[in-house]
Design a protein around this ligand. Structure first.
Ligand code: ATP
Ligand code: MG
Length: 306
């Protein structure tokens, strides 16, 4: 199984994101391919993290299957043999997509990210610390950084093409999509988050928050799309190290973050592109964390050669 910095498949490229390439398969299907690229502090590193792409794809596949009774999704298959069988142009390319590709139903994406927050962190903590609000609406006073939010909060954001997404109130989403669809998205997001959070909590991982995306099929059905409850779309924290009142270590990226933070405080990196080269130990430690997240969440080892 190769390490892939950027896939180049013989299919029309629909989009290249920070981490994934999206290809057009036919009018009704897309192929999502997770590379082994990793970003930290919003900068994509030059060195790939072995197995990371397969972890991302197979974690999503696990959740789409597991949570199908909670909400329907775009998921068709993430089995490489089946994908190659269904897309004849990929004959001979199994090694490049092994474990990392997911065939999905194509939708018209809802133009909001549906974020659920079970803990106060990231952009929500920054706004709360400055103004006591989230998306302009007041929260309880006196909350600590990383405080558990019970009940969790629905915190939609606009999808910014460049720069940072903007947190918006539910009313803004309702004004654009209509109150019925906005309410349905909120309810679905809570149900998916709670099911994922409870499953992960029993395995020692806190899902502090997660970003869900939805899309509409040509027939008008709402589906969960994109990736689901992965380390890239969620904050995963090790439960045994949780303590409110500070930022939490990241389950997956902490070795990388610690290394980069060290360079920054030593004045050896300014936090912007181009990224510094990563030592092999940092790459290995990060790869092991992703594999560990997969093992804990799914209860299985990631298939294929290590
Ligand atoms: N079933 C689907 N139908 C239509 N679009 C989809 C579907 N599933 C995912 N997408 C879209 O695919 C795109 C994936 O690209 P994106 O830029 O998010 O990649 P990424 O590597 O995750 O980058 P980033 O880290 O910046 O989010 C998203 O815009 C998402 O809305
Ligand atoms: Mg994305």
């Amino acid at each position: 199984m190769s390490t892939v910095t950027e896939s180049r498949l013989p299919l029309p490229l629909f989009r290249r994101g920070k981490v994934r390439e999206v290809y057009e398969v036919d009018a009704k299907h897309l192929l999502l391919v997770a590379s082994d690229r990793v970003s930290a502090f919003d900068v994509v590193m030059r060195q790939p993290i072995p197995r990371k792409g397969a972890v991302l794809t197979q974690v999503s596949a696990f959740w789409f299957e597991q949570l199908a009774p909670v909400f329907p999704s775009h998921y068709v298959t993430a089995r490489t043999e089946e994908i190659v069988e269904r897309i004849p142009r990929l004959a001979g390319r199994a090694d490049e997509i092994a474990g990392r590709a997911m065939l999905v139903r194509r939708t018209a994406p809802v133009p909001f990210e549906c974020v659920v927050r079970g803990y106060l962190s990231g952009s929500a903590w920054a706004e709360y610390r400055a103004h006591g609000t989230l998306a302009g609406e007041p929260l309880a006073a006196g909350l600590l950084e990383s405080a558990r939010l019970e009940p969790p909060l629905f915190s939609p954001a606009t999808k910014a093409e460049s720069g940072h997404d903007e947190n918006v109130p539910l009313a803004r989403m309702a004004a654009t999509l209509g109150p019925e669809i906005a309410g349905a998205l909120r309810d679905a997001s809570f149900a998916v988050y709670r099911a994922g959070r409870d499953h992960a909590a029993a395995r020692g991982i806190i899902v502090a928050d997660t970003k869900l995306e939805f899309g509409t099929t040509a027939e008008g059905t709402l589906l969960l799309i994109d990736e689901l409850l992965t380390p890239d779309s969620s904050r995963f924290w090790p439960a045994d190290r949780y303590a409110p009142g500070r930022s939490q270590p990241s389950f997956d990226k902490q070795p990388l973050r610690d290394y980069l933070a060290g360079l920054r405080s030593a004045g050896a990196w300014n936090g912007e592109a181009p990224p510094p080269p990563l030592p092999a130990e940092v790459v290995d430690a990060t790869s092991r964390r992703y594999l560990e997240a997969f093992r804990l969440l799914t209860g299985a080892e990631l298939g294929g050669p290590a």
